[in-house]
Structures are given as C-alpha cells and as structure tokens.
Design a protein around this ligand. Structure first.
Ligand code: NDP
Length: 446
C-alpha cells in the first residue's frame, strides 16, 4: 500500500475503532484521492481529506416501542450528518438488524461523493436503526417508525436534512415516518423523499436506482461499442433496486437470470420476464415472502445459502448489500466471461474483488456512480416539492437519463488512464470530491 495511504488510514482507524466498513470505504477513496491531492496542494493545506472523513454531526438515540403483545422493545436510532458543503444533508434510512455506527458512517461517507456526482445541490447523510422489519406486523412497523421520528424530527427539515429509503425502508415506512413528522411539526414539506405519489412523491422515484444502474451499464458498454441487447445478466437481491433493474434490463433487451434474498438465489435460464417479475413484486412487496417461492412456482433451481456469482453471465448487478462479492467470486465472474459490473448496492464488492475487476480491465461501475440515480431522483422530488408542481413520468425519466450520462462523463473525465482504460473508481472518487472540496475551502474552516 502507498505509505501516504497507510499513514492516513492509521489515523482513521485510531479515531474510529471497530468501524470496519467505514475504514474500507475511506481507504478506497483515499487511494484515489491522495495522489490527486498531492498534485493539487490547496486541498492538502486545507486538510480536506481529514475533514471530509469526520462527520459534521452524529446523532444516536433510543427508540422504544410496544410490540403486538404489549411488550416494550428497545432499538437504537442513528443519523449521521456527514457533509453539508454543497447542500442540505441527504441520504437514506436503513432498517436492518446488522445496522451499526460503522455501517452508517460508511454509507454517509459514500453518499457525500455520490450526491456531488449527481450535479444536484445535496450534501451527504445516512441513518437508520438495528430494527428488523422481517416478521413484524404493519402495526409494529408503524409504532416503531412513529417512535423513531419522535426523536429524529428535531434534527431534520426540508432545508436541513432530508432522509429517504434504503434497505428495509420502502413506501410503507416512509408513509409512517412522514405522517409522524407532519403531526409533530404541523407542516407539510418535502422533509422525506420516496413519498407516495398522492402526497408529494415523484414519479419514477421507486424505479430510479435500478433504472439508473441499468442506464449506467449501458453507458459503460457503449464505450466498447456494446449494448445490453442479448446480454445475460445476473442480479442479486430482490428488493427495490433489484426489481427495477430487472424491469429495465429486460426492457432494454437483456435477459436477467438470477435474483436472491438473504436465504439464497434462484436461477431461471429462460429469463425473468415481465410476468414473472410481477410475481416477484407481489411476493416481496405485499406478501413479504422468500425468493424460494419463485423456484417452486416456475420450476427452476434454487440454491439455499448461496450467492449468484457462479452463474455464467455477461453483466453482473449486485443489488443486495455491502461486501456481497468476494475475491473468489470476482475471479469466477471474470473467468466466466463477465464484461461489466454495475453496482446497484453500496460497496457490494470487497476491496480484493474490486482489484480483480480493475486488473482484468472489465467495465466496473462502483456504487457511488452506478446507483446515484436513486438519490438524484430524490433531488428531483425535492425540486418538485419546492415548486409545488409535479413533473410527468417522461420528464423525470429523461432527467434521470441525462444525470446518469453526466455522471458517466465525469467518471471518464477523471478516470481515464494513459492506455485509455477508464478506471471508474478513480473517476467517481475524484469527480465527486472536487466540487465538495472547493465548496469547503470557500466556506472557510467550519
Ligand atoms: P430492499 O430492502 O428493498 O432490498 C434488499 C434486498 O437485499 C433484499 O432482497 C434482501 O433480502 C437483500 N439483502 C439485504 N441484506 C442482505 C444481506 N445481509 N445478505 C443477503 N441479502 C441481503 O433494499 P434496496 O433494494 O433499497 O437496497 C439494496 C441495496 O441498494 C443496498 O445496498 C442499498 O444501500 C442500495 N441503494 C438503494 C437505493 C434506493 O433507492 N433504495 C439507492 C442507492 C443504493 P432479504 O429480504 O432476505 O433481507
């Protein structure tokens, strides 16, 4: 490792002990940025890298709630307000039993660069709780959300901090959170994004992350004269991002052959068409069942406890969670002829896996660029809320496509190497950094 990176990471580890995912995210960015900062000493003198890795504010709070049996349950709530140099804090809320400070800090850190890449004026933040929505009734989820918002409301606002969805937070949860915020503040503002279409939401917001990651794959492929048409695609996850990536890939002529959840994956060599996707949506969003039911219904193979990366494909879209592709799986993907990775999830590839992708010079689109369509469309929801005017589906989708193209152009600008290879990791890290760093310098030591 570059000794400059080593020294910087020693400081980060000492200051943030035990926060492994946060260390991982910071190190990836530091590896891209430290050589760039050395060439641009004003960032060094202003200690931008040291400042950008320290949250502006971290809020941790108790979330007590009553379950259906009348028993008291206690969860821990968090909001990391990472950086507000270019706009109010913006980023999702995650509800998952694995949630801890280190995971949310990694997500908030990534969000700063991602939001900057979108070209929209949004700072970075992230939050959530170790609450597990699985197996909970609607009433339990509602009582949890109301309790969570009863503390969070004093820290957020339409011009201060605007949370959204992430793992475990979809339309149902945003509804309960928004209802409680409105009740406490007595105001109807765009304080959350991902709202229902009848009450301030934006068309295409639910679709945006999956659609955006697919548009980004298309952009990457076009640099090599390729397209999605006829390509076999492995997708992991079966939640929001996975569902709409499946929809868009299919619409653009590709064939999605896998989906997964935390129990295992299904392999459907004939492809997950519109009809089958409808079944998945009903299964996951309404009945909240497991993906193995797909295998039973359509008579395809189900692999318990496995991830889909052993299946031969042209394109892989990890759309479930962090560190879901390891070195061995990355090697398998490359060996099987995979030419493009577009990450719908945040940091789904381990550092060793990323190295495999970069060394093999396949098209590798990291999450902070490839999945930025979600937050970008949240930004468009905020604009519509401020104007009090909704845009049509076509208008939002067109804007999303333009944004994904711009993000791709930024990656090309900052990531193209002497031999012509586009290193999208460097491109996204440096491209996302410059605007935030310049704003921080302009605003003084704050
Ligand atoms: P959902 O909760 O809708 O779906 C998550 C999916 O991933 C589910 O299929 C879930 O399976 C699976 N999953 C979650 N945790 C694990 C785990 N530890 N191991 C294996 N599978 C797991 O979330 P989203 O689709 O919204 O988010 C997916 C990814 O995309 C996350 O990394 C998120 O940060 C990222 N993202 C999401 C955005 C959005 O707009 N929603 C925006 C940008 C990025 P199960 O049901 O069994 O838990």
């Amino acid at each position: 490792m570059d000794p400059r990176v080593q020294q910087f990471m020693a400081m980060i580890r000492a200051k943030n002990p035990g926060e492994n995912e946060f260390h991982q995210a910071v190190q990836e960015v530091a590896e891209s940025l430290i050589p760039y900062i050395d060439e641009n000493p004003r960032y060094k003198h202003a200690k931008i890298l040291e400042r950008i890795a320290e949250p502006e504010r971290t809020i941790i709070f108790r979330v007590p709630w009553l379950d259906d049996k009348g028993e008291i349950q206690i969860n821990r709530g968090y909001r990391i307000e990472m950086n507000s140099a270019i706009g109010p804090y913006k980023g999702g809320l995650r509800l998952h039993p694995t949630v801890n400070l280190g995971i949310l800090k990694f997500l908030a850190f990534e969000q700063v660069f991602k939001n900057s890449l979108t070209t929209l004026p949004m700072g970075g933040g992230k939050g959530g709780s170790d609450f597990d929505p699985k197996g909970k009734s609607d009433n339990e989820v509602m009582r949890f959300c109301q309790s969570f918002m009863s503390e969070l409301f004093r820290h957020i606002g339409a011009d201060t901090d605007i949370p959204a969805g992430d793992i475990g937070v979809g339309g149902r949860e945003i509804g309960y959170l928004f209802g409680q915020y409105k009740r406490l503040k007595n105001e109807f503002t765009g304080v959350l994004t991902g709202k229902g279409i009848e009450w301030g939401g934006s068309l295409i917001r639910p679709e945006a992350t999956g659609y955006g990651a697919t548009y980004f794959a298309q952009e990457m492929l076009s640099t090599r004269g390729e397209s999605l048409t006829g390509k076999v695609v492995c997708i992991s996850g079966s939640g929001n991002v996975a569902q709409f990536a499946t929809e868009k890939v299919t619409e653009m002529g590709g064939k999605v052959v896998t989906l997964s959840d935390s129990n295992g994956f299904i392999y459907d060599p004939r492809g997950i068409d519109k009809e089958k996707l409808k079944f998945v949506m009903e299964l996951k969003n309404t009945r909240r069942g497991r993906i193995n039911e797909y295998a039973e219904k359509y008579g395809v193979e189900y692999f318990e406890g496995k991830r889909p990366w052993s299946i031969k494909c042209d394109i892989a879209m990890p759309n479930a969670t962090q560190n879901e592709i390891n070195e061995e799986e990355a090697k398998m993907l490359v060996k099987n002829g995979c030419i493009c990775i577009s990450e719908g999830a945040n940091m789904p590839s381990t550092p060793d896996a990323v190295e495999v992708f970069l060394k093999s010079k396949i098209l590798y689109g990291p999450g902070k660029a490839a999945n930025a369509g979600g937050v970008a469309t949240s930004g468009l929801e905020m604009t519509q809320n401020s104007m009090r005017l909704p845009w049509s589906r076509e208008e939002v989708d067109e804007k999303l496509q333009v944004i994904m193209k711009n993000i791709h152009n930024t990656c090309v600008k900052y990531g193209t190497k002497e031999d012509g290879f586009i290193n999208y990791v460097d491109g996204a890290n440096i491209g996302g950094f410059v605007k935030v760093a310049n704003a921080m310098i302009a605003q003084g030591v704050v």
